[in-house]
Each structure stands twice: as structure tokens, then as C-alpha cells.
Design a protein around this ligand. Structure first.
Ligand code: VAH
Length: 318
């Protein structure tokens, strides 16, 4: 049975859907510390889980016979800089509880890492798996800590820890939670709702990105590899890299009248410290990682998802 923490964020509900198809609806428990909307409660089991409360977590693991944990709870890059003490509690203390829990009950643990785990001294194009990691956000520092602690517990006590360093994730119907790459999600809604897109990054800021379906599939494929077949515990996974102006050009194929302005804010410095292109050759070699969505396919899929619901909204609005 799988427990997903921070399950109501950008990735959790999509992962629950896929895993429930594969492992059975009642074998995947979504959890978070906020109330779930009815449509999510209708899809399968949901529990309150506070990653800062080890007793609460132990109770959930024992009473629900959990054997996998997918740990999404974290404050992302931009929001973490606005509340460092909270980011430390959630991203570090919370992680320590999860590591302790998984060690104690011998649970398989997936913790997402990120391009944010690299910093200004890291080679940016391409960024390999094994390289300098001196990130300049509390989010990045906490994710390097998660990678190092997970690999330590794996080496010292055999914990089946796994981590993938994700690019910015693009999703059609879930919102990211305060990241630096969120512009690449917001542009679709702005294009359809107002036709105006104000970008908080310079138009030439190249960042690695991935469509949600590739992200979800990478987690499931990676988690299903027998542990002894994995030469490493932490891998870069890539799919595409683009700049805001390249994304705007692709979006204009669907919304030709889209007007854009570029007013870089504090997130520009974060983006400038991150990789431009991820080298994911180890993931491709060790467990056959292969992305399916490039920029064109991503935009096509997102608009296919958003347009019908937009149309139905407009129809109901009339
Ligand atoms: C963020 N979307 O921007 C997250 C992610 C790759 C970046 O970790 O913080």
C-alpha cells in the first residue's frame, strides 16, 4: 500500500490516479493537512497526515499496512524564500520524520528532488547527475539534504530510498505551489482567460521542463525497478528545455492574439542559478527513462484539456 504525503499539491492527485489504476483504488492513500475537495474524496482513500507528527505517521503506517511512501510535502523555491523557518520545519524536520518512519517500518521511500538542488557553481548545460551542488535557496539546500540523508540511510541501513531530480512540471488542471517555474503553468490559463501574460522571468531564461504525464510515469517506472538493479539512488530526469519566449511562440499557435510583458522579479535570480539542460543519460541507461512529451506535444495536450472545461464554463456562464 502506498501513502502519498502532500498529496493535494501539483503532482499528488495525478500520481494517485495512475497508481490506483495499477495497484487498486484502496491501495493508494492520498494524504495532506488540508481538507480534500469532494471530487478527490470520491476517487479513493484520503487521510489527514501531518509529517511533523511522527506518532500520527506511525499510526497511519501500521493501521493501513503501508509499504511505500511517496513524500511530496515541501515548500517550493519561491515560497520557501518568503518563510525560511517554515521551509526548514517542513522540508528538513518533516523529512527526518519520514526517513525515521521508513527506516523503522522498512518502507520503500520516494522523495522528489529538483533542478533546484543545483546552484550557480554547477555546470548548467548540460547538468550531470554527479556534480557540484551548492544551491542558493532554502528549498534547494533542503533537497540536497534529502538526497544526502536518503543515500546515507540506504548505505547505512539498507533503506530503499529513491529520488528523481525533476525539471519544472507543467500541469493542465493542478496548480504548482509557489515555485520559480510556475509561469509555465500560468501562461495557459492567462492565455485562455485574459489573452494577456505577464512573465516574471526574462524572455531568454532557459529552464528544463517536463509535462506532468511524463513526471508521473517516471515515478511509477522508477519505483517498480527492483532495488538491487539500481546503480544509483538519485537520478536527473529530463524531457525538454525552453525559454519563456519559446513557450509564448508555441502558445500563440492556439491563442494568436496573446500579448506578453516581461517584468523579472526575485525569481529571476533563482532561475539564473539553476540548470538550463539536464543530462539524464544515467536514467536512460540504468532504467530506460524516456520522455514522451516535447514542447509542442505539451501545449497541444494542455489546451485539449483546458479548452473543453473552458467551453463548458462559458456555456454555463451564458
Ligand atoms: C519550483 N516547480 O519551481 C518547483 C521545482 C524545478 C523547480 O522544484 O520550485
Amino acid at each position: 500500500k502506498v501513502l502519498i504525503t502532500g498529496g493535494l499539491g501539483q503532482i499528488g492527485t495525478g500520481l494517485a490516479k495512475i497508481m490506483r489504476k495499477r495497484y487498486g483504488k484502496d491501495n493508494v492513500i492520498l494524504s495532506d493537512i488540508v481538507k480534500a475537495p469532494k471530487r478527490i474524496l470520491d476517487d479513493g482513500p484520503f487521510l489527514y497526515a501531518d509529517i511533523l507528527d511522527l506518532k500520527n505517521l506511525q499510526n497511519i503506517v501500521v493501521t493501513n499496512k503501508i509499504d511505500w511512501v511517496v513524500h511530496f510535502s515541501a515548500l517550493l523555491s519561491a515560497i520557501g524564500e518568503k518563510n525560511v523557518p517554515l521551509a526548514l520545519k517542513i522540508n528538513v524536520d518533516g523529512l527526518h520524520n519520514i526517513l525515521e518512519l521508513c527506516k523503522q517500518y522498512h518502507l520503500k521511500l520516494f522523495v522528489p528532488s529538483t533542478i533546484g538542488a543545483f546552484g550557480p557553481d554547477t555546470p548548467r548545460n548540460p547538468t550531470p547527475d554527479l556534480t557540484i551542488q551548492r544551491p542558493r535557496t532554502i528549498y534547494g539546500v533542503s533537497k540536497v539534504h534529502a538526497e544526502l540523508m536518503g543515500e546515507y540511510y540506504h548505505a547505512a541501513s539498507g533503506l530503499d530510498f529513491r529520488s528523481l531530480r525533476f525539471p519544472g512540471i507543467i500541469s493542465a488542471d493542478t496548480q504548482p505551489g509557489g515555485g520559480t517555474t510556475d509561469y509555465a503553468v500560468k501562461i495557459f490559463h492567462d492565455a485562455l482567460q485574459t489573452g494577456v501574460f505577464n512573465c516574471y522571468l526574462r524572455q531568454d531564461t532557459r529552464l528544463p521542463m517536463m509535462y506532468l504525464a511524463d513526471c508521473l510515469r517516471s515515478i511509477v517506472e522508477f519505483m517498480e525497478i527492483p532495488s538491487e538493479q539500481l546503480p544509483m539512488r538519485t537520478y536527473n530526469v529530463g524531457a525538454m528545455s525552453f525559454t519563456p519566449e519559446e513557450l509564448v511562440e508555441e502558445v500563440r499557435k492556439y491563442v494568436p492574439h496573446l500579448t506578453t510583458t516581461y517584468s523579472p522579479d526575485g525569481r529571476q535570480a533563482i532561475a539564473d542559478s539553476w540548470p538550463e539542460v539536464l543530462d539524464d543519460s544515467n536514467a536512460r541507461a540504468d532504467w530506460k527513462w524516456e520522455p514522451h512529451y516535447d514542447l509542442a506535444a505539451t501545449c497541444k495536450t494542455v489546451f485539449e484539456k483546458l479548452l473543453p472545461s473552458m467551453m463548458s464554463e462559458q456555456i454555463t456562464d451564458k
